[in-house]
Structure formats: C-alpha cells, structure tokens
Design a protein around this ligand. Structure first.
Ligand code: CMC
Length: 429
C-alpha cells in the first residue's frame, strides 16, 4: 500500500493535501483522518456508500465485475472444490490448510459443538412461537455468561477459543432454537458427522427413529454455508466491528451481528424472498409484482434483488441458482412451482428497463430459500442458517480488528436539531 499520491481540497481560500492510499485491489482511498484537525470540517456519507471504515485482508468484492474473493480465492472455485470448514480456516488464518492443519481444525471445532447444559434451561424462557433469530440473539449474547474463560479480548489464546466456540456452537444453538419452536426434544451434536451433516441431524433427527443424513442435502448445505461465509464490510460485519471497537466481549459482538443480519434488507431477505415467491404463486401474477416494485409509492421491493456493491451480477447467486437446479433434480422434485416463478421473475426483471437501469440483479438470497425449503427447513430457519454461515466472517473480521488495536468506532454527524435554548417551566409551555 503506498501513499505517494495526494488529493487537494480547496476550502475558504486554503488548500489541504490529503494522502491517497492505494489498495492491492479496488479503487484508491482518500485518507481524511486529519481533515477535522486541520480544516475543521467533517465529511458526510450516510450508509457509508463511499467510505472505507477499515483496512482488511480478508475478502474482496469487485461489484462491477461480479467478483468475490476470500483471501484471494474466487468464490466459485471454493464453492465447487472446498468445504465450509476449510473455508473457515482460510478466512480465519489467511491460508488454505494442509491436510494435517485441516484435521486439527476440524477436531477443535467438533470438540466444541456441545453447549453448556445449563443453556438448555435458558431456552425455556422463550415463547414456543419465538422466531429462531430472536432466540439466537438472546442465547448467543448469553454465551458471555457461560464461557468466562474466553472473554478477555487482550489474550490471543482466549480470542482463539472464543472463535472456535462460536463456529462450533452456533449450529447447535440454531438447531435448538428450531427444535424448541416445533416442540421437539433437543438433539445433541454428533461429532462423527460433518459440520453441515451434524446441523441437519440436530434439526431433523428425533428420538423415535433413525435419521440418515442425505449426502446431497449435506453437500448443498455446506455450499450454502461457504457462499455466505464472509462479505467484507456489510451491515452485520460492520456492526460486529463497531461493537468490538469498544472492547465488548466476542459473544456480545456476534449477538449484535446476528441482530443486524435479521433485517429484511440484509440476511432476513432469504425468508422474505421465499415468502414473496409463494405469495406470487403463479407466473401469470409476476407482472403485477414487477409493477409494484417499480412504483415508489407502493413501498414494495423485489426481495432477493439488488445489492449495494454488485452492479452486474452476484457471483454467489450464479452458484446458488445452479445448486437449486441440481438439488431439486437430485431429490426428484420436478416442476417446482416456486422455482418456476423465481426463474420467470428473474427473466422478466432482467429484461425490464427499470431493473436494467438501476443495475438490479438477483442476489444470493434469491435462490437459497428454494434449496433450504427443499431440505425441509421452514422459512424462519433461513436467516439462522445465514447467521451460522456468516459467523466465521464476523469472527475473522473481529479478530483482524482487535489485532490492529484500532480506535473506537465513533462517526460524526451533521446536526439539524434546535440551537441551544433555555428550559421553560411546564406551566409556561
Ligand atoms: N426492488 C425494487 N427496487 C429496488 C430494489 C428492489 N429489490 N432494490 C433497490 N431498488 C431501487 C431503489 O428503489 C432505488 O431507486 P431510486 O434510485 O429510484 O431511489 C435504487 O434501486 C437504489 O436502491 P438503494 O436502496 O438506494 O440501494 P442500496 O444499495 O442502498 O440497497 C439493497 C441495496 C440490497 C438493500 C436493496 O437493493 C434492497 O432492498 N433489496 C431487497 C432486499 C434484499 O434482497 N437484500 C439482500 C441483499 S444480499 C444479502 C445480504 O447482503 O444480506
């Protein structure tokens, strides 16, 4: 990274030289850190559309080229060749593991899959009809009340243990939230199964009969996890970093990330998208929904469409669409009406001027719900599965931030409220 270029800001007859930093990939970045000190001025960028809030070596997205790299490796190669645990290792430690390193990592993760037995009682405090994301926000936050020996963020060993604990236990917690919501007993993790296979088992096994993990579903779920594992400085990751910048413990930070992910503009879009596809129901109703999406007054958006960064295509959606076809085919589900609606909706939207001019394309959430539904998950479990998958990204970004010893995140504002005024007694108002 070099800073041999500068930008010049001219303000009130004075000029200020602002260093320009060049990243390994992507556009140059103007360094405005000293701007306020030197020029007594702030910058304004709600939604961070043009602001880099940190340096990061983990994930790179080129939105125009539809490129997503984890530590330099293209997502389509990883989705085809790798596994979620290998991707976790890559994101956390920066390199693909050797066979021994992968074995050791898998061993460490699988030995941490059980949750403290006392946490079982904690679930009972929730209503049975709680959304599993609501339960997860609470239970993951409560992990800081159970794992006192991995709360010290200044101890690299404790940070490492917290990271492994969360990657290992999030599937267990999500599965428990699901089991609780359907009134079935919790299923303990089974360490002989793969990461995805174990999650399927914890969700769908019951004491009354044997459950055999379907390898097609196991592979498809593992791929969904890889596709969602990280996405550089998205809203939930930025939330985790902001929470972590105050020195909050890692479990609290990840709970904050889960809360942010839940919103329908972010991870909640997978549930919202499938519900929308169901509501559309048949292809003849698509034009009505396209018209609503184009009408600013309707407040309706096509869920699973559009992205802040991707302005050409979302490479994760390309893999997800192939996967949806493959999974439904392998499961013998032909002519799935929801898939038909999705494909036709995509075709119509992509040939419509509104969507073309605004560069709106299907995103990762457009096809993921179709696969998850075919696996037997209710829509309420879609976002928890996103949360399980993104946990490694959140933790990798959190660890990177802590290791950097950065400043507390503290944005400025453009104040538009009243000027100072004097208090008026209630009798005189
Ligand atoms: N349907 C109809 N119009 C849309 C849509 C959509 N899905 N998305 C954006 N637009 C329009 C929007 O109305 C705006 O129009 P105008 O310029 O006339 O005001 C323009 O496109 C730009 O939209 P924006 O909201 O300023 O763009 P953004 O970068 O702030 O938002 C987004 C990105 C993903 C929040 C948005 O596209 C959206 O709400 N999509 C639907 C929800 C969704 O699928 N979210 C999942 C994102 S991918 C997974 C993840 O990251 O979690």
């Amino acid at each position: 990274m070099c800073a041999d270029k500068t930008a010049t800001l001219s303000l009130n007859g004075q000029t200020y030289d602002l260093p320009i930093m060049s990243p390994v990939l992507g556009p140059d970045v103007v360094d405005i850190r000293k701007l306020y000190d030197e020029a007594d001025i702030f910058t304004y960028d709600p939604g961070f559309t043009s602001t880099a809030a940190c340096k990061s070596a983990i994930t790179y997205i080129d939105g125009d080229a539809g490129q997503l790299l984890y530590r330099g490796y293209p997502i389509d190669q990883l989705a085809k060749e790798s596994s979620h645990l290998e991707v976790c290792y890559l994101l956390l430690y920066g390199e693909l593991p050797t066979a021994d390193q992968l074995d050791d990592f898998r061993n460490r993760v699988t030995r941490h899959t059980m949750v403290h037995e006392q946490m079982h009682y904690f679930f009972r405090g929730f209503r049975r009809d709680s959304h599993p994301m609501a339960t997860m926000v609470g239970v993951v936050g409560a992990m800081s009340a159970f794992y006192h020996d991995s709360l010290d963020i200044n101890d690299p060993w404790q940070r490492e243990v917290a990271a492994i604990r969360m990657i290992a236990k999030l599937p267990t917690i999500a599965a428990m939230a699901y089991k609780y919501s359907v009134g079935q007993p919790f299923v303990y993790p089974k360490n002989s199964l793969s990461y995805a296979g174990n999650f399927l088992n914890m969700c769908f096994a019951v004491p009354a009969e044997d459950y055999v993990v379907n390898p097609i579903l196991e592979k498809a779920l593992d791929r969904i996890m890889m596709l969602h594992a990280d996405h550089e400085q998205n809203a939930s990751t930025s939330t985790v970093r902001l929470a972590g910048s105050s020195g909050a413990n890692p479990f609290a930070c990840i709970a904050a990330g889960i809360a942010c992910l839940w919103g329908p503009a972010h991870g909640g879009a997978n549930q919202a998208c499938l519900e929308m596809l169901r509501e559309i129901g048949t292809v003849d109703r698509i034009p009505e929904y396209i018209a609503r999406a184009k009408d600013k007054n309707s407040g309706f958006r096509l869920m699973g469409f559009g992205h802040r960064v991707y302005k050409n295509f979302d490479p994760r959606a390309t893999v997800m669409k192939e996967s949806a076809d493959e999974v439904l085919d392998l499961l013998g589900i032909h002519n799935n009406p929801i898939l038909q609606v999705a494909k036709e909706l995509e075709r119509i939207a992509l040939s419509d001027d509104y969507f073309i001019s605004k560069k709106l394309y299907p995103n990762v959430d457009f096809y993921s719900g179709i696969i998850l539904e075919a696996m037997g998950f209710p829509t309420s479990m879609f976002t928890p599965i996103f949360a399980i998958s993104r946990t490694v990204g959140w933790i990798s970004q959190w660890k990177e931030m802590i290791a950097e010893n950065g400043k507390i995140g503290r944005p400025r504002q453009l104040y538009i409220g009243p000027k100072q005024r004097d208090y008026v007694d209630v009798t005189q108002r």
